[in-house]
Design a binder for this molecule. Structure first.
Ligand code: GLC
Length: 536
């Protein structure tokens, strides 16, 4: 049996610190708030926390515009609080993953302030500056947040490039000094004892050295989508850089890096992970959107399985701070039945599951009027696109004012359903989504096949069901998910072997399976996990 590895066998929980728990009553979550909730997280059964950025930031992009990579923003606490968080988390066997935003800095970072002051600044070449082309922008590259990717700087008469907001100038990764600065940043946090990193849009670090126009395409909603991004992302120089990053990580025991592949297909994401590259890379093709349909998920799972082969370990994500919450995408009204099925799928596939705060209580997407929107991209595209505030509302801890998140008006309004949907209320209800997540997370830890087993999908199963096996030599598990409201009859004659035990079902009183396990009626919205007894 291979040694237990926290990032491969465990479950990672993403915290958006602004919205998790406020202890100093300024309406913004903080590190002491996270420390206060560590017992809750331990009890829930997670193995690691990924913290969205907590570095000083002017917050144009809420922390994804960093103005100092080596300190903690005072609104979240101090370095002492951070050290205490690492210590306290480790005590509970919870690992800490930092979000590193190294594609760009804030325009308020001292490097950029200096760089834009003069063409002779020693930091000028830390960023990407170009002369106008025929009095206009240097090429046709766009910002994903809207408009040209180039911003003209009056003082020095050149344009700088920004993939995101103009307040997030892209770094020039071809400059060896930038490379060195950033590798030192990684080392700084490794020395502080953090267990890993999530690399924000890493695949965009390098741009083509000649800055050619990107070819256009004709399908896509926003102008940015109607472009083939072959020159502004995914350049070959990324591979040697990842190798260097991995070598650095491997100097420390059991460190981990997961990359957010920018605009990734499964194929793109897969090329960046492996034994000497990233441990894992996100691809957001299917699981973060789309319809509630078994065949759609199965197709995505199979694609990911085939593309990754044995080269790297998969990961699965239903939520993050950039997309509409899965509860609002999949649940019917306030009914959590489908969310339990989604939870079983997420936590029993072959790969590391990522949870996002509030997912365990089925937090729904917040709704905002135009005047209350905080996310600049939402302000720009309202009402066509309302931005990302909806998935970033404060955690709903209890039914007291502001959901127990804070005693003052939070930076973003709490979802008005907090009185009926919160941690305290769900903790007291044995059939709640929260208690189901807990049971599932603990079951996962007890079954090696669920953590490490191979994946194989069953064939000839009823429509809109998903049935698969997770197997290691010593244990075989079958997972059956019904995405339909109607019951489905599973014929298990050739599957059950010597019989099977039902380990867990989403339904309160599971239907009796015959001891031979030759059939099972999956009720509407039921997910069930069986341990198969095999012939010796
Ligand atoms: C990533 C982050 C997103 C941020 C962007 C720019 O996609 O997840 O929140 O706006 O990078 O840093």
């Amino acid at each position: 049996m291979k040694k237990r590895l926290w990032w491969r066998d465990g479950v990672i929980y993403q915290i958006y610190p602004r919205s998790f728990m406020d202890t100093n009553q300024d309406g913004i979550g903080d590190l002491p708030g996270i420390i206060e909730k560590l017992d809750y997280l331990q009890d829930l059964g997670i193995d690691a926390i990924w913290l969205s950025p907590i570095y000083p930031s002017p917050d144009v992009d809420f922390g994804y515009d960093v103005s100092d990579y080596r300190t903690i923003d005072a609104k979240y606490g101090s370095m002492r609080d951070f050290d205490a968080l690492v210590r306290q988390a480790h005590k509970r066997d919870i690992h800490i993953i930092m979000d590193l935003v190294l594609n760009h800095t804030s325009d308020q970072h001292p490097w950029f302030l200096d760089a834009r002051s003069s063409r002779d600044s020693k930091f000028r070449d830390y960023y990407i500056w170009k002369d106008p082309r025929n009095g206009k922008v240097p090429n046709n590259w766009l910002s994903i947040f809207g408009g040209s990717g180039w911003e003209y700087d009056e003082t020095t008469g050149q344009y700088y490039f920004h993939h995101f907001y103009k307040e997030q100038p892209d770094l020039n990764w071809r400059n060896p000094l930038v490379r060195k600065e950033m590798l030192d940043v990684l080392r700084f946090w490794l020395e502080k004892g953090v267990d890993g990193f999530r690399l924000d849009v890493f695949s965009a670090y390098f741009k083509h050295a000649d800055f050619p126009d990107n070819p256009r395409k004709f399908i896509g909603l926003r102008p940015h989508d109607r472009m083939r991004h072959i020159y502004d992302t995914d350049q070959p120089e990324m591979i040697p850089l990842l190798k260097e990053i991995r070598t650095l990580l491997d100097e420390y025991p059991e460190r981990y890096a997961v990359g957010e592949t920018f605009m990734a297909t499964y194929k793109k994401a897969a090329q960046y992970c492996g034994d000497d590259l990233l441990h894992a890379a996100f691809s957001f093709e299917e699981f973060l959107g789309g319809k509630w349909k078994a065949s759609r998920f199965l197709k995505a799972i199979k694609t990911w399985e085939i593309i990754l082969e044995s080269k790297c370990w998969p990961n699965y994500v239903l939520n993050n701070h950039d997309v509409r919450r899965s509860a609002s995408r999949y649940a019917k009204g306030q009914d959590d039945a489908r969310l339990k099925v989604a939870a079983v799928m997420l936590l029993t596939l072959r790969g590391t599951p990522f949870l996002y705060y509030g997912e365990e209580i089925g937090m729904r997407e917040g709704m905002f009027k135009k005047k209350d929107i905080q996310d600049p991209v939402g302000k720009r595209y309202y009402p066509f696109y309302k931005g990302r505030d909806g998935c970033r509302t404060p955690m709903q801890w209890n039914g007291s004012s502001f959901g127990g998140f804070s005693s003052v008006q939070p930076w973003l309004a709490v979802n008005p359903d907090y009185q009926t949907r919160n941690v305290q209320q769900q903790a007291e209800d044995e059939h709640s989504l929260l208690n189901f997540y807990k049971e599932l997370l603990h079951l996962r830890k007890e079954h090696i096949a669920l953590m490490r087993g191979d994946f194989e999908a069953a064939t000839n199963m009823p429509s809109n069901t998903l049935v698969y096996f997770r197997c290691v030599v010593e244990e075989q598990i079958m997972v059956a998910l019904n995405f339909d409201e109607r019951p489905k009859h599973l014929d298990l004659v050739n599957i059950g072997g010597q019989g099977c035990d039902l380990l867990l079902s989403t339904h309160v009183k599971p239907m009796q399976s015959s001891s031979k396990c030759s059939e099972y009626i999956l009720r509407g919205n039921e997910a069930a996990i069986f341990s198969l007894k095999m012939f010796d």
